[in-house]
Design a protein around this ligand. Structure first.
Ligand code: WQD
Length: 339
């Protein structure tokens, strides 16, 4: 298949591009580089021994998407990863988040359907699940639009749009992939997570402490109702996550569908820190801080549906993720800016 990766220069996008090419498909990246680097796309080329075209532009503009089709199409599928994704920032900038995270979907759908794509794959999130009593979350667990931040709300809103659009385009395959917590990096150490500024997420923060650019890990609360008192999450290795995208495209059926992409195995903050110490051989200073607003004690999925219908399952462990994250961070202390 020939695939247009909107947001393909980002963390998930670059790894998905590698997985697609290594599975024999062709990838073209459309990205505005607002939260990513062109270096990542060059490195995808190095890993796969190909040249991946990069179209720099705003996927929320129909003319930009149409030009990508004119210059690099036709495309069998669009993988839509073009969104702002910082939870905290989204509460401060709701309008920017709704405008971008929905505007990109509208433009990609309008042009993609007009140009005859067969599949549309959407990057969604496990934070749309709203009732902790449903754990482990399945695809039929309760979802809500009444979520804690504009980022997660924009993802749930996108899902509603996609389901309705699929209904009136019966030949089109539309799939939402609900990611849990993507972590790790490609084993080559050439591509990885490169957040701008101080990382909000745990794994990149821990990696920066291990490499010495941050002083200590702040543990946001150790009084949760979990075995060791710290928050539990379903950390999925980004290479497994990328493989899930390939499986979703290769097993696409007409109509709308949703799949959880996670491991099904919760890991706590303390367990992740211990795994990173094993991977890096470094002792990581830490301190317990107050809980972070909006955090839940635990979130993790039941990945059985993707296993059964996409013939996919995560195989990499939290130790694999810490090893690969440490390798990426060590080789690129300042991320892609190190290049
Ligand atoms: C993980 C755990 C924190 C940082 C976020 C987004 C979600 C999804 C994945 C896109 C929690 C604890 C964290 C730190 C800590 N993104 N923590 N100290 O919040 O589960 O999910 O990323 O879909 O939308 O919300 O990930 O990595 O921020 O937190 O103790 O410095 O680590 O309390 O228990 P989160 P996270």
């Amino acid at each position: 298949m020939r695939v247009l990766l909107a947001g393909g220069a980002g963390y998930i996008g670059a790894h998905t591009a590698v997985a697609l090419i290594e599975a024999g498909h062709e990838a073209v990246v459309l990205d505005d580089l607002s939260n990513s680097s062109a270096v990542a796309v060059e490195r995808v080329g190095r890993i796969t021994g190909t040249t991946v075209p990069l179209v720099i532009g705003d996927a929320a503009e129909d003319a930009v998407v149409a030009a990508a089709f004119d210059d690099h199409g036709p495309f069998d599928a669009i993988v839509h990863l073009a969104a702002f994704k910082a939870v905290g920032e989204s509460t401060q900038k709701p309008l920017e988040y709704y405008a971008n995270n929905l505007g990109t979907t509208y433009a990609l759908l309008r042009v993609g359907i007009a140009r005859g794509i067969r599949s549309f794959l959407f990057s969604s999130t496990g934070t749309v699940y709203s009732d902790p009593a449903d754990l482990p979350f399945t695809e039929t667990s309760t979802t809500s639009i009444d979520l804690s931040n504009a980022y997660s709300k924009s993802k749930r809103m996108n899902e509603v749009v996609l389901e309705d659009v699929a209904r009136v385009n019966p030949a089109l395959s539309v799939t939402s992939l609900r990611y849990f917590n993507p972590v790790g990096a490609h084993p080559s150490g050439l591509i990885g997570e490169d957040p701008t500024g101080i990382p909000n997420n745990l794994m990149p923060y821990v990696a920066r402490v291990a490499v010495g650019s941050l002083e200590r890990v702040g543990i946001f609360g150790d009084d949760y109702d979990t075995p060791d008192g710290t928050g539990q999450r379903d950390y999925i290795h980004v290479v497994d996550l990328a493989a899930g995208h390939v499986a979703a495209l290769e097993n696409a059926q007409p109509g709308y569908d949703v799949f959880n992409l996670g491991t099904g195995s919760p890991v706590s903050v303390l367990e992740l820190i211990a795994a990173f110490e094993r991977a890096s051989g470094r002792e990581l200073p830490r301190e317990v801080l107050p809980r972070r607003a909006g955090d839940v004690a635990a979130t993790y999925c039941d990945p059985a549906k993707a296993q059964a219908e996409l013939h996919w399952q995560a195989t990499r462990t939290i130790d694999d993720a810490c090893r690969d994250s440490w390798n990426w961070q060590s080789q690129n202390p300042a991320g892609y800016a190190s290049a």
